[in-house]
Design a protein around this ligand. Sequence first.
Ligand code: 7ML
Ligand code: ZN
Length: 856
Amino acid sequence: MASSQARILADYRPSSFTINTTQLTFELDDHQTRVTNVMHIERVDKDAPYLTLDGEHLSLDAISINDKPLAEASFQKVDNGLQISISPELNQLTLTIVTTIDPVNNTALEGLYKSGGAFCTQCEAEGFRRITYYLDRPDVMSTFTTKVIANKTMYPYLLANGNKIDQGNIGADKHFVVWHDPFPKPCYLFALVAGDFDLVTDQYQTASGKHVTLEIFVDKGNASKAHHAMESLKHSMKWDENTFGLEYDLDIYMIVAVDFFNMGAMENKGLNIFNSKFVLADHESATDTDYFNIEAVIAHEYFHNWTGNRVTCRDWFQLSLKEGLTVFRDQQFSADMNSAAVTRIENVSHLRAMQFPEDESPMAHPIRPEKVVEMNNFYTMTVYEKGAEVIRMIHTLLGEEKFRLGMDLYFKRFDGMAVTCDDFVDAMADASGIDLTQFKYWYSQSGTPILRVNESFNNATGELTISVSQINEPSEQQSVKHHLHIPIRIELITDHNSSAHLLALKEETQTWRFDGFEKKPVVAFLSNFSAPVKVHFEQPDEELIAIMKQAEDDFNRWDAGQTLLTRYITRLVKDDSYSLPVDIVTTYKYLLDSTLDPALKAVALKLPSFDEVSVNLEQVDPQKVIAAIKTVEAFIAHNLENELLEIYLGFADIPYANKGKDIAQRSLKNTCLYYLSKLSNHQLLLSRQYNHSDNMTDTLASLNASAMHNTGVFDNLMSGFEAKWQDTPLVMDKWFSLQAVADREDIFHVLATMEQHELFTLNNPNRARALIGAFSHRNPKHFYQESGKGYQFLAKHIKTLNKINPQIASRLLTPLIQYKRFNEHHKNLMLNALKEIAAIDDLSRDLKEKLDAALN
Ligand code: 7ML
Ligand code: ZN
C-alpha cells in the first residue's frame, strides 16, 4: 500500500550518501526485464549508519557490496525502499543491485513501460524508483552509463541518454548498445527507449561551430509528419543562442514520439520523450493550434536543457525553479515566432480559466509548495503558469538587459548544481542591484491577489490620481499574508496620444499622480497583464470601449473587451431580462472594419469561457452562467450578421497555406462561422465548409460549431469523419472530443456509445482525456447538469482509472474538487461524487491527497 505521509519543505536535509557513477544494464523483456545497477557510492555524512534507497514495484534478485553478496541481516525492505547498513569504516563502496520489473503490466506509465510495441521510460518526478533501488531525489547527481540488450528484429533501435559508446551482437537474435552521458544528472532525467521506428535526421551547427545530430523517432509510416517538429527544434536552438547565449552541449539530440504518455513531453538529457500528439503534424490531420503547440512543446523541452538539466532542482518543492522559468522561456519564444499579442492573450486567458480556480480550490498552493504527499499532484497550473508569471514579473521589474545579466549570473553560479528558487531570485537581485526581498513572497503565498483601483481627476489642475490597494485574502494554509511587490503597467489614453508607465506596488495602498492633462485620460490598467492578479476597477463602460478602440497595447484592447463582456454576462446572470446595450456591437463594427490583425479581431470576438466568467462570481449557478453566455453569443450573431458574413465569405475559399497571415485569417473566418451558424439561415455554411475544406483547422471548426449548436448535420458529418480517420488515433481523439462537447439531450447515451467504441480505451491517456477530460472541461452545459449525471459520469471513470493510471485519475478530478465555488445544489452533488470516489478501497496516493484536502 502506497504511503501517504506528507513531506515538508522545511524538513529538507542533504543526502547522507552520493552516487558518483551509475552503470545500468537492461535485459529487456515484456514481463521480466532484468535491471543490473552498479553504483559507486560515497558517504558524506560520517555518522550515517544506513543507506536508504527508494524502490517501488520492484522484485529484488541480488544485492552485493564490493562484489560480496550481502548477508540477509545487513539489509531490509522498508516502506517503499531498502535500508542497507554500511559498516562505519566503509566510506566508498560499489553497490550492485539486480531487480526484475514487469513493463507490460505497468499501466501507470511511470518507470519502464511499453507503449505500443516499444519500451520507454518516464522518470520525473519519482518514477526511477520503479526501475531500480536508488537515491531518487534531484540533488543526487550521477554520471550514467546505460547498456541496453534486446531482440534485434523487434527492437532495432536501443536508445538512452548521452553519446553511443559501444554496440554489438549477442548470439543470433540479440544486440546491445551502450550509452554514456558525461553530464552528471539526477535520475529523474534518465531515459531509455527500445523499438522499431521511422527516423528523421537533420544537423545543427551551434554558434560556436559545434555540429549536433538531430534525430526524431516516430512510429513507422509517420516520418512525413515529423518535419514541423524538426523545424521547431532548430528554431528553438537558434532562439536560445540569440536570446540567452545558450548552446546545446552534446553531439546528439534525440526525440522519440510515443502514443502512451501521461504528460506532454519530457526533457530527459539528450533523449526527449514526447507524447506523439506534440510531434506529429501535417495540414490534413493537424490544426493551426496543433502546429502552434508542437512548436511550443518542442521549445519547452529543448529549453530545459539549461533550465532544468544543467541547473536542476534541489528538491521537488523547487519544481517551479525549472518549470516556471522554462514556461516563461517557451512563451517568449512563441511570442517571437508568432503574433506576440495573440500569444500573450492566449496565455492569460488560459491562466484565468485554469490557474485562478485552482488557487481557490482545496488544493491551492504557492508556486513553491510546502507540503506534498504525491509529487505528481504538483505538476500544476500554479507551479507552471503562475510560476511563469512570477518570472515575467522579475523580467518586468528588471527590464530585458538586467534580466539577461541575471540569467548569465545564474548559470555562472549554479551550472552543474541542484539549487533553489531563492538561489534564482538572489542571482537576479545580485546581477541587477534591484532588491527582490519582498518579491520573494510570490513564492510562498498562494491565492490570487486582488487589486482595487480608484481614480480621480482634478479638472482645475489637470491632475490624475490613481490609488491602488492590494488584497491578499488569508487562506486555510496561510492565515496571515504579506503585501506583495507587484509591477503594474498602465497606459494613460487621451484623445491624441497614449503614455505608458510602470508602477511598483509594495504597500497595502499606494497613490500615484500624473499631471498635465486637459481632460481626464482613460486608464488602461495592468497592460500586458503585468501581474497575475484580479482587478477591481469600477470603470465606466464607455471608458472600456475607448480602451478597446484606442489603446496602444493590443492586450489592453482585448482585455477591455473581455471586461465589458464579462460585465454583460454577469448582469444577465443576475437578471435574465437585462437588455444588452448596443455599444458593444458598434464597437465590434468599428474594430472589424479597421486594419487590425485578423487574429486579434478573432480573439476580440471570442467570449470569455464558462471558467473565466465563473471564477469572478461569488457563487456559481452554472446553468445561469451558460444561459447568459449563450444570450450574449446570440446577441452578437444577430446584430453583426452582415459584417460576419462579409468577412466569412471574403476568406471562405482561400487555399490552405501555413503562414502567419493565413493562420490569422482562418482564425477570424472560423470565429465568424461559429456565430453565423447560430442563425438557422446560415447553418448550411457548416456542411459546405466541411465538404470543401482542404485542412484540419477548417474541418474541425465546422464540426465544432455543429456540435455546439446542436445542428441536424452533426451526426452525418461525424460519420464521414470517422470513416476517413479511423486508422489515425490522434485524429480520432479530436472526434472523441467533439462527441463529448456536443450540446444534445442524449449526451450520456452518446458518451456510453463512445466508451464502447473499438478505439476507445482508458489505458491510453490521450483517449481518456479526449473523451472524459473534454466532457468535464469543455461541455459545461451537460457536465454541470442539474441532475448531477455529469459528476456521476466523471466519478465512475475516475474510480476505474484509480487502478489503471492514478496520475490521470487525479488530473481528471480537478473540476470536482472546485465544488466550493458553486451553489448549494451543485456543491452537494459534487460532494456526493467525491465521497463515492473516496469510499473505494486501494485508493491511490494521488487521489487520496486531493480527496483528503477536499473533504477535510
Ligand atoms: C508544460 C510537462 C509535464 C507536466 C512537461 C511533465 C515537462 C514534466 C516535464 C509545458 C509544455 C509542455 C509540457 C508541459 C508539462 C505538465 C506539463 N518536465 O517538461 O515540464
Ligand atoms: Zn517542463
